[in-house]
Write a new protein. Structure first.
Lengths: 420, 420
């Protein structure tokens, strides 16, 4: 008697069917090839991390989203357990950044300096399930550790955009800002440092509620009308290209550190000159990005035909120090792998230069000698670079051929013993 | 004050450094390319499975090795929990076969028939840590579901050996047997069906303890001396090529099902004729393979310079039915990904046709105009297919260059503003 096993995947996670896998495999290949051409090297950490590292507040709100791994054997003491972390000693990683910091701390002596890391791997978050968002999803990060200069940002942006360009994405925009500019604009407008976080959370809504909405919310929160008006006037006056930086440099004076302005100018002009595909580069002083670990430049990629960002990143010079006790300059760019796959699927993207697919249909009970002939032909086809399928002929051969045509088999050969 | 975070990976799992990643990335690319050329298609399941599916005895002894995932939120009732499975609702998969069976049961209407699946993914087992064995490791399986004929075995063996051949492995051996032959030899010798499992466990030690050792153990277990002698004489007389099958067909008479012998003959002669690289194909009547789910053919690949197998598989026609209620013919071949990586690393394997690597060393405070020149040169290099690294020059330039040379950068360009 067959046992009743569960057929569906676990809640919020998905099985990936062949058509989507074809795009994913192609995308992973393209990512590796492109990023390696920019000098990045692959690395990998285990999917399971120490529970202490995951719960260390590096990841902000992510702790409650962790899939925790139960202790095993004698270490698991169910009757003495009072809280969750008495029972767990590990958890599935919720991003690739905390594991990268641990990896770098553990291996910095064995790694090139600077270390240009490429990671492609799954992460897990026990979010409320919703359409298009899954509890296991692929992340793809590039990070440069040990490079304090703007060269890091320039290369991260050039590499990421080169990769997106190869997927025929048009009209995407790289938005760029710096935490130093965010702070300088707030300081110039008269906000106090302890209020910055709250002000930035409201500023971050500019896209959705507009300047007036931001103004209203800030005033509702009790900030001085004068400060709020000064603040919003700045955003109104600043332009979205490198002249916006020049304007702020003059306007904000000593509130804006000289090196922040210089670095932004260098990044923007270098990227404009050296970019490998067409896109818009946009100085975006309203860009906040949520993660508290960013310390300098922040950037993201948005697409006209997609609400929300498809890539994001920035500089986080003080995270590695949490592991090593010594700060290491660090900057990263993460592409939204799943979003890009979704966009490609929706656009009916065809993987380019896929191999020619050929199928041999074998007559029922094909004698051994004929089978050997087919195997020899298939071998020759593969040597010519084809993908070859050998299958037994079904009763409904017409239907079988339609199915194979649908799977991309352009050349289908009937194999009867008397005709080989 | 920096917090003390843990730098080492969790017990029994490992960080993968760039040199090993280069080999892993290459191997994954080669596997995908080769198997796709045999008509296999990629598929993927979540790393987390239902705890019920993992604990359903499909995997035999694997249950106690499962990393269990704790329930979350209100579902976790620590004070009411009596045993482990009150606290867990999922677990990390310990192989790719149980998830494949679930996937096929869930999606068979959306999949080609037969379904030729390629899976490359991590699995987790909480084994006692030991040298060279890790608690997270990559598995790489190909399976053909819905193909009852020997065509499945032939293609699995041809594809797996073609892949190994492309890695320049020489002198490997494909050992092949059939559960039906195992049973027929035991029946002919007078063993009772209920004793087969015990007999086969002892037979499986032939490699280690020799025929005499097997004989002694069987007699110690209380089996009739006459049966044991008949049994061992069979192994002594049978040859390791297809004539061994002919011999058994005659000798065992009706104990050996006609279709088992025919299928073995067809597989062996087809593989010999159509194989795409040099290897030994060896009929191995002592081959047992532990997994209880095998129902017919079993096979494995051994290498002269490596104790133990580097790949294994067989037919398991009754597992899918555990999910669907209806048996589906199934046959698979799994390569020991981690063992192969280890062998390649030990042999100092060089990834073939790696891109030419070029590095630009930038003088300190290189002016923007010069930087742009370097970025333009790098772009051109990439267009020519090179991997390009741009880094700031260090104080000890000689040491830096030695390091880069060690990383494979053959062409290193000093970039001074006055010489660009």
């Amino acid at each position: 008697m067959a046992m009743a096993l569960k057929k569906k995947p676990v809640t919020g996670m998905k099985d990936i069917l062949p058509a989507e896998m074809e795009i994913r495999d192609y995308l992973i290949g393209l990512i590796k090839k492109t990023y390696k051409s920019f000098g990045f090297t692959s690395m990998e950490t285990p999917c399971v991390e120490h529970i202490e590292n995951l719960c260390s507040k590096q990841g902000g709100d992510n702790e409650k989203l962790i899939f925790k791994i139960m202790k095993r054997g004698e270490k698991l003491k169910i009757d003495q357990a009072k809280e969750e972390n008495d029972l767990a000693d590990g958890g599935l990683r919720y991003d690739l950044t905390v594991p990268l910091a641990r990896y770098y701390a553990n291996h910095s002596n064995e790694l090139p300096a600077p270390f240009k890391a490429l990671q492609i791997g799954n992460v897990w978050r026990a979010d409320r399930p919703q359409k298009g968002r899954f509890r296991q999803f692929m992340q793809c990060d590039i990070d440069i550790l040990g490079e304090a200069s703007a060269l890091a940002e320039i290369e991260l942006i050039l590499a990421t955009t080169a990769m997106l360009g190869k997927l025929d994405f048009k009209n995407f925009t790289v938005c760029i800002n710096d935490r130093g500019i965010l702070r300088a604009m707030a300081a110039y407008s008269g906000f106090k440092e302890e209020d910055y976080d709250e002000v930035f959370i409201i500023l971050d809504k500019m896209d959705k509620i507009g300047a007036e909405g931001v103004e209203n919310e800030l005033i509702e929160m009790g900030y001085a009308k004068e400060n709020v008006e000064t603040y919003l006037k700045l955003f109104d006056e600043v332009s979205a290209d490198v002249t916006g930086i020049h304007y702020l440099k003059e306007k904000l004076g000593e509130y804006l550190p000289e090196e922040t302005a210089q670095s932004m100018e260098l990044i923007m002009s270098s990227v404009e000159e050296a970019k490998e595909c067409e896109f818009n580069l946009k100085f975006t002083p309203t860009l906040v990005r949520g993660q508290s670990y960013y310390t300098g430049t922040i950037f993201e990629v948005t697409m006209d035909d997609f609400g929300g960002s498809v890539a994001g990143g920035g500089r986080y010079d003080r995270m590695i120090g949490k592991f090593t006790g010594q700060d290491t300059p660090a900057c990263g760019f993460s592409i939204g792998f799943e979003r890009i796959v979704m966009l490609l699927l929706e656009n009916g993207y065809k993987v380019p230069a896929a191999k020619e697919k050929k199928a041999y249909l074998l007559e029922k009970k094909l004698p051994k000698e004929s089978m050997l002939k087919v195997l020899a032909m298939a071998k020759k086809d593969r040597e010519e670079g084809k993908q070859v399928l050998i299958v037994n002929m079904k009763k409904n051969k017409k239907f079988q051929k339609e199915q194979l045509t649908g799977e991309g088999y352009a050349d289908i050969v009937d194999c009867y013993a008397d005709r080989l």
